[in-house]
Design a protein around this ligand. Structure first.
Ligand SMILES: NC(=O)c1ccc[n+]([C@@H]2O[C@H](COP(=O)([O-])OP(=O)(O)OC[C@H]3O[C@@H](n4cnc5c(N)ncnc54)[C@H](O)[C@@H]3O)[C@@H](O)[C@H]2O)c1
Length: 323
């Protein structure tokens, strides 16, 4: 098939692209390289079925040309990261809604299947665990920027379901904390790359808040497997939780990363206010119910946290060696 991956030079996108090429598809990437990196595509570029287009999904001409003759669009291009959400709410809101709208409009015009990358953040601080796809969204006040990413992604989902009702084949995948090689640690970085980098540099592992918050970390190959499966017609019109069911607290994660990295870095707690400014709210726990993905997509996470962390730590070590 001819497949477009928006955001294909990013962390999840670059792994997805490689998998799709391995499966024999022709893949086009549309990426503005705002956080994606050309070098993440080195392995994929060995396939002659890959085309890389530099441009934004918010540019109608670039999008139209990327979507020409395409059978499936994986729409992953997005503005994300907790720090971005808190510091650049407009960038997050516009960056996530405008592009998705454009993708869906064109897909509808052309009858192209869309798989949209959403997030476990849409459940917000709902305390009823595990989250099922039809669980409530429980969010804080709109004056708290922290919720704008979850809200923008939820509007994207509303758009997806509205187009589904008009007949567009569309599937939503909600990722639960993907991690693995190529997830870089910047100031906007996620917790695992932050911890690994700190552990390898002998610097403190900074736990934001009291560290009792619970997450389910999902190794990238398991995230990709669920995403690939979501192109199947039986997934049309549905959302799927894609993630590991194994919960861990951030304190436990810090200890594990330090151990596996053979590091003696201290683990320190940093109040949310210091990390993200006043008024920050977090969700105490995020655990998916993946029975729908198991039943319809035959989805089964395969990689344990220990194994995934070992692979990730090794990747970061190699990056450090390569400078
Ligand atoms: N990493 C996670 O754990 C996680 C969790 C939930 C949801 N997601 C979703 O998965 C998708 C991929 O996330 P990721 O972790 O790989 O992040 P990432 O930042 O590595 O990837 C996003 C990619 O989109 C590109 N991009 C951003 N705006 C663009 C635009 N306007 N036009 C074209 N390209 C653009 C970036 O350059 C980057 O390559 C996103 O939609 C994100 O919201 C990720």
């Amino acid at each position: 098939m001819n497949i477009l991956v928006t955001g294909g030079a990013g962390f999840i996108g670059s792994h997805l692209v490689l998998r799709l090429l391995e499966l024999g598809h022709r893949v086009t990437i549309l990426d503005d390289l705002s956080t994606g990196r050309q070098e993440y595509l080195n392995e994929a570029a060995k396939h002659d079925r890959l085309t890389v287009l530099h441009g934004s999904v918010t540019d109608p001409l670039a999008l139209r040309s990327a979507m020409e003759n395409c059978d499936v669009v994986y729409h992953l291009a997005a503005v994300l990261g907790v720090k971005n959400t808190v510091e650049n709410p407009l960038k997050v809101i516009e960056g996530n809604i405008d592009g998705t709208r454009g993708v869906l409009e064109l897909a509808y015009e052309q009858g192209t299947k869309v798989v949209f990358a959403s997030t476990s953040e849409v459940y917000g601080k709902n305390s009823q665990l595990p989250f099922r796809e039809d669980s409530d969204r429980v969010l804080g006040a709109p004056s708290i920027h922290r919720w704008c990413y979850a809200t923008a992604k939820a509007i994207d989902e509303h758009l997806c379901f509205a187009y589904a009702e008009k007949g567009l084949p569309v599937t939503v995948v909600r990722y639960f904390n993907a991690y693995g090689p190529r997830q870089v640690s910047s100031q906007y970085g996620s917790v695992i790359p932050r911890f690994i980098r700190a552990a390898l540099h002998g610097e403190p592992l900074e736990v934001h808040g009291d560290g009792t918050q619970i997450r389910c970390f999902t190794f990238i190959s398991d995230t990709v497997a669920g995403t690939v499966a979501a192109m199947a017609p039986q997934a049309n019109g549905l959302a799927f939780n894609i993630g590991s069911e194994k919960p861990i607290t951030i304190n436990e994660l810090a200890v594990k990363v330090r151990e596996l990295a053979g590091s003696e870095s201290p683990i320190v707690q940093v109040p949310y206010e210091k990390a993200y400014g006043p008024g920050y709210e977090d969700m105490p726990a995020r655990i998916p119910d993946i029975s729908r993905a198991k039943a319809i997509l035959q989805y089964k996470p395969m990689v344990s946290l220990d194994e995934g962390l070992r692979i990730s730590i090794e990747w970061f070590r190699q990056q450090m060696k390569d400078g």
